[in-house]
Design a protein around this ligand. Structure first.
Ligand SMILES: *[C@@H]1O[C@H](CO)[C@@H](O)[C@H](O)[C@H]1NC(C)=O
Ligand SMILES: *[C@@H]1O[C@H](CO)[C@@H](O)[C@H](O)[C@H]1NC(C)=O
Length: 324
């Protein structure tokens, strides 16, 4: 089975699953938390980050959580019955404020296990919060601006970035589960075409693209050259507001001089303090924090506010975008 954006858009229309979270009561902003690179059975401060996420989720009354991938270290899940699912997810994020839908992408470490297990409906039966797809589109209405049947809304485009990265395909160090993805070129091309088409037709007020690998980063791994070359032009051509990722175990915010796009990294869900890649390009860098943490976002029809927090819940950096 091959997934691409056309079929996902259609699947969204007929699948109650992806629309579940859109039926929210009229309230203030859409609020959510973004965390990445977390699944370590509570170790490396995963539990401490989870505790701060819970406090912020309660304060903001969040609608959902986004995971930017690397959901289970070191090698994903061994299958749908893997106890890491409880040990790193269900029994870590236990606060009632976090009992909301989780929308997840896969990271490279997830690809080192049974990737199909993370996509399997069995996991949703084990924990109903779990919504993990290779690629999907989530629509969230912004109720205060509904006029008649017309609502302002956000589109989140979740993409599968691991297959873009050439060196994983030739790795002798690790095994990657390329089932349903191979051959690389065809899958990557389909994804790019699907995303481009979906972005083009989107009438969303805000367009947010979520993937695991950064486009821009001064963290350990630096920029992902494949995404810079192949994905970035599509984001720029389609007025995407934010590209959100994990992979580098830090928090970052970059602006672009070519568009209003912000590149944000939320990859501080557990192990961090990997340092800075001093050779990398820091053009547009607004903020970098090499430790653990997470982000919150608040969105209305006219503004978007993003805040970065450390492990103690201190807000380290924020930015706001506006629409007229
Ligand atoms: C966990 O966080 C504390 C600060 O709250 C820090 O001192 C410690 O080094 C962190 N541990 C790891 C493994 O990063
Ligand atoms: C893998 O290595 C071969 C031989 O060096 C090369 O031809 C091929 O392009 C590489 N594939 C990727 C995806 O990098």
């Amino acid at each position: 089975m091959e997934l691409h954006f056309h079929s996902i858009v259609m699947a969204c229309m007929i699948s109650p699953l992806l629309f579940l979270a859109t039926v929210t009561a009229v309230k203030g902003p859409l609020n959510f938390i973004v965390v990445g690179d977390w699944g370590r059975k509570g170790l490396f401060n995963q539990s401490q980050v989870a505790a701060q996420m819970a406090m912020m989720a309660n304060r903001l009354q969040i609608d959902f959580v986004i995971s930017t991938g690397d959901n289970f270290y070191e090698d994903g899940l061994t299958g749908t019955q893997d106890s890491s699912f409880e040990e790193s997810f269900s029994s870590i994020y236990t606060a009632s404020s976090l009992q909301k839908p989780w929308h997840l992408v896969l990271g490279n470490h997830d690809y080192r296990g049974d990737t199909l297990a993370q996509l399997d409906p069995d996991l949703k039966r084990r924990d109903s919060r779990w919504n993990c797809y290779r690629t999907s589109i989530l629509k969230q209405n912004l109720p205060p601006s509904c006029k008649g049947t017309k609502c302002s809304f956000v589109h989140f485009f979740f993409i599968d970035t691991t297959p873009f990265v050439d060196h994983y395909w030739n790795s002798t160090k690790h095994q990657y589960d390329w089932r349903q993805v191979s051959p690389q070129k065809r899958y990557v091309k389909k994804q790019l075409k699907g995303l481009n088409n979906a972005l083009k037709v989107s009438q969303a007020t805000w367009k947010i693209v979520v993937g695991h690998h950064p486009i821009r980063s001064i963290g350990e791994h630096g920029d992902t050259i494949e995404l810079k070359e192949q994905l970035l032009p599509i984001l720029e051509a389609n007025q995407v507001d934010l590209y959100v990722n994990g992979h580098d175990h830090c928090l970052q915010d970059f602006t672009s001089d070519k568009s209003s796009l912000h590149f944000v990294t939320s990859g501080g869900g557990s192990k961090a303090w990997g340092g800075v890649d001093l050779n990398s390009n820091s053009e547009g860098l607004q903020f970098f924090y090499p430790g653990q943490g997470f982000m919150s976002m608040q969105i209305t029809p006219v503004f978007l506010k993003a805040v970065f927090y450390d492990i103690k819940g201190n807000s380290l950096h924020d930015f706001s975008l506006t629409k007229s």
